[in-house]
Design a protein around this ligand. Structure first.
Ligand code: RNT
Ligand code: ZN
Length: 420
């Protein structure tokens, strides 16, 4: 696509949308406001940079061995920079605690400090990114029996409590230095493979641990806490301590944000339908946009029905400023930078479609009980020229539009990642 083609297509899309009373410039402006949080862990298959064997545990798995995975922090940063250069807009990077810049030192999880993340903050500042943060309660000897904050042993619980408090302080520092609230997310793997008879005990332990964690008060201007539920993991098929009901209850009772991960519910259960309920009881929501194929497989996000429904629910609820959109997937079987770009572009395309929806007309049909008309217009809306608007947005932001970015990633692979 050349410049002329992009502009021409945009002009005709603009006219087409105007027929429906939709202003495409406004939609593009709204889309541009949305920062997506790119998870750093797609670069290296969730390995991190501690001194150790780097084995991923906790019931999550990155499958595949595509060459070129990032082996150092600078490679992670270079890969993220490359991905960012192919994504229009200003975005965030989501860091996990075990990606600290430990300089070859052995720093245990209960010893991490803001100084270990200063180089991340400096890099973010230089590049104009904002940061989010996560404590890392997996891939560690003290989580090897499947329990952390809900462990039977109070010493192990304390170890993880200390880790999470330290992580929250790091998040606070990131938010302070970068001038943008850093979301600190807690996800723990705790659960068991088989029938568990004292489900209540672990949940009580988790509740008490969280209470202790949140006793340390952070500055709301710098960071926000979020808690992430799950249904099952590999090796925790029968019982997960931090279930949806658990965190929903905890979050609403204690004013903590809930993270909804697309892969963390029953296979036919969708998170799109949770948005309008949760927004009535929580001021903000965090999303981990992912794509489960038959299980919580964390495939690369694509423009599918559920992603579109999710974005439509955010826009229809007028909640762009209350829903934080982060990505969470790790595919080790394809070019990892390409994996980012596909996922972020898909998310932006879904949001743009939602922003361009003929919602006034649709709501009128619904209010009058004209359900055939509602269904027909929803179907027509799918093939309105939203892609021409997206390409124009890329062009305006100086980012390669359309499929031409594939060759650009191939070049980066040839020049950089294939030499690792
Ligand atoms: C695991 C959760 C969690 C992790 C990251 C690495 O099922 O989704 O968010 O993917 O913390
Ligand atoms: Zn997640």
């Amino acid at each position: 696509m050349n410049e002329e083609q992009i502009k021409q297509a945009f002009e005709s899309a603009k006219a087409r949308y105007a027929n429906l009373g939709i202003n495409v410039e406004n939609a593009v402006e709204e889309l541009n406001k949305l920062s997506i949080s790119l998870h750093c862990w797609q670069t290296d298959d969730v390995t991190g940079f501690e001194n150790g064997d780097g084995e991923l545990t906790g019931g999550i798995q990155a499958t595949g061995n595509y060459p070129g995975k990032a082996r150092t922090i600078s490679e992670v940063r270079a890969d993220i920079d490359k991905a960012m250069s192919l994504i229009p807009g200003e975005h965030r990077v989501n860091i996990h605690a075990f990606y600290g810049d430990f300089q070859g030192e052995k720093v245990d999880r209960n010893e991490i400090e803001p100084k270990h993340f200063q180089s991340w903050i400096d890099w973010a500042k230089e590049k104009g990114y904002k940061l989010d943060f996560n404590s890392t309660c997996f891939s560690h000897e003290k989580s090897s029996d499947g329990f952390t904050l809900s462990h039977r042993d109070p010493e192990i619980r304390q170890f993880w409590i200390d880790h999470v408090i330290r992580s929250r302080k790091i998040a606070e520092e990131m938010g302070r230095q970068l001038g943008s609230k850093c979301i600190h997310n807690i996800w723990i793997p705790d659960g068991s493979k088989d029938l568990t008879v004292d489900r209540l005990l672990y949940r009580k332990n988790l509740k008490n641990s969280l209470d202790k964690i949140f006793e340390y008060k952070t500055n709301d201007d710098y960071m926000l806490d979020s808690i992430e539920c799950k249904l099952f993991g590999i090796g925790s098929e029968s019982y997960v301590v931090g279930s949806h009901e658990f965190y929903m209850g905890y979050g609403v009772a204690n004013n903590k944000m809930i993270t909804l991960d697309s892969g963390h519910f029953h296979p036919t259960e969708v998170i799109s339908d949770k948005i309008s309920s949760l927004l009535l009881f929580a001021s903000e929501i965090m999303l981990h946009v992912s794509r489960g194929v038959r299980w919580d497989s964390d495939h690369v996000v694509i423009l599918n029905d559920e992603l579109l429904a999710l974005c439509q629910e955010i826009i229809r609820s007028n909640a762009l400023d209350r829903v934080h959109v982060g990505l969470d997937y790790f595919d080790a079987s394809i070019n990892r930078i390409g994996a980012y770009v596909v996922g972020v572009r898909a998310t932006q395309k879904a949001l743009l479609q939602a922003l361009l929806e003929p919602i006034v007309q649709l709501r009128e049909f619904e209010a009058k009980g004209q359900y055939f008309e509602r269904l027909a217009l929803l179907e027509e809306a799918k093939s309105l020229p939203w892609a021409d608007v997206y390409n124009y947005y890329c062009y305006k932001k100086g980012v390669i539009a359309g499929e031409a970015y594939i060759a650009d990633i191939q070049k980066y692979e040839k020049d950089i990642t294939s030499k690792r």
